[in-house]
Design a protein around this ligand. Structure first.
Ligand code: DAH
Length: 329
């Protein structure tokens, strides 16, 4: 019996030691301690053992049973720990890895220009107003002193809609809408989209943005207009920027002017805005008395200013939504 016990113990120790997976441990448990296991069979053999040896043999078999149970348990725990370690290693986080780029958005160059200009005008006391992009012919033309027979009606290629509506060709109609609803003094800028039915090429697009501005009060002078334009140009393009003002024509201003700046890297003057003293006819059309109040107005194209500032040579780039282009700003 003793030999048999020793032999089983040795076999069990080797077998358990050789286990590399939890299922193998279970197989060994069944092999030695299961219902028909080798140790269980030993207990059945006990009945053949002489009576006087039975107690001692019983103790030995029980000790063997406990021993095998213990080594199985120990091995099981080791395998479980190893498995956990392996899993943890495979799941571990390397805190030294560089972070994932979350792809921050950028502000579109047009909005950049728009925001900066709006800030500059804010600092001068201008408030913001908005008007509809689908406009009546009255606000877009007539109230701005552009009657239907007027040749200036052809200056802007208009998208005509049904019921006499148009896509506004400029932001100037916002002047009328604001003045109709507010008594002087009014000091307003009106940024927004405008539309023109033009052939699309590197310098013109069917839609673009303008900032309209105007100031009406009891003593508004041409000199003040010039001062405001000079301030805005220097704030936006830089202190050293040269600019010039030359006479021009717009039906809604008298006198009218256009303003050019000298841009580094470009040869010659580049036009950036139109302006003038608001025409008495326009003041009349909103119920103001031109004897009592005067005003100046100006309008500038955001695309043009953005292109001059960043050296962009094709307006269509601003509308392509190509990230390779937009990421540069
Ligand atoms: N509305 C004009 C345009 O789109 C720009 C303009 C010129 C606006 C002179 C003005 C102005 O307010 O006084 O071409």
């Amino acid at each position: 019996m003793q030999d048999k016990i020793n032999q089983i113990q040795q076999t069990a120790e080797h077998a358990v030691d050789a286990c590399t997976a939890l299922e193998e441990i279970e197989q060994q448990r069944v092999r030695f301690l299961g219902k028909k296991g080798e140790v269980t069979l030993l207990f059945q053999h006990l009945k053949n053992v002489p009576v006087e040896e039975k107690p001692q043999a019983g103790v030995l078999i029980n000790t063997l049973k406990d021993h095998i149970h213990n080594i199985l348990q120990l091995k099981k725990e080791r395998l479980e720990t190893a498995q956990l370690e392996k899993q943890l290693l495979s799941e571990s986080i390397d805190v030294t890895l560089p972070g994932q780029n979350s792809g921050f958005g950028k502000i579109h160059p047009l909005n950049r220009t728009l925001h900066e200009l709006v800030d500059i005008f804010h600092s001068l006391g201008f408030s913001i107003a908005h008007g509809p992009e689908i406009e009546t012919e009255y606000y877009n033309f007539d109230a701005l002193n552009i009657p239907s027979y007027h040749p200036a009606r052809d200056m802007q290629d208009t998208f005509f809609l049904e019921n006499g509506m148009v896509l506004r060709t400029h932001t100037s109609p916002v002047q009328i809408r604001v003045m109709e609803n507010k008594k002087p003094p009014v000091r307003i800028i009106a940024p927004g989209r405008v539309y023109r039915n033009e052939a699309i090429n590197y310098k013109s697009y069917c839609l673009f943005h303008q900032i309209e501005g105007f100031y009406v009060d009891s003593a508004v002078s041409f000199a003040e207009l010039k001062g405001v334009l000079a301030f805005v140009i220097r704030e936006f393009f830089g202190k050293e920027t040269q600019f010039r003002i030359r006479p021009s024509y717009f039906p809604f201003t008298e006198p009218s002017l256009e303003c050019d700046i000298m841009v580094k890297g470009k040869s010659g003057w580049m036009e950036i805005l139109g302006a003038g003293m608001i025409h008495p006819q326009v003041l009349k059309s909103v119920g103001y008395d031109p004897q009592q109040v005067q005003g100046y107005a100006f309008g500038m194209g955001i695309e043009r200013i953005t292109m001059l500032r960043y050296g962009i040579d094709d307006i269509r780039l601003l509308y392509d939504n190509d990230l390779r282009f937009l990421a540069q700003f």
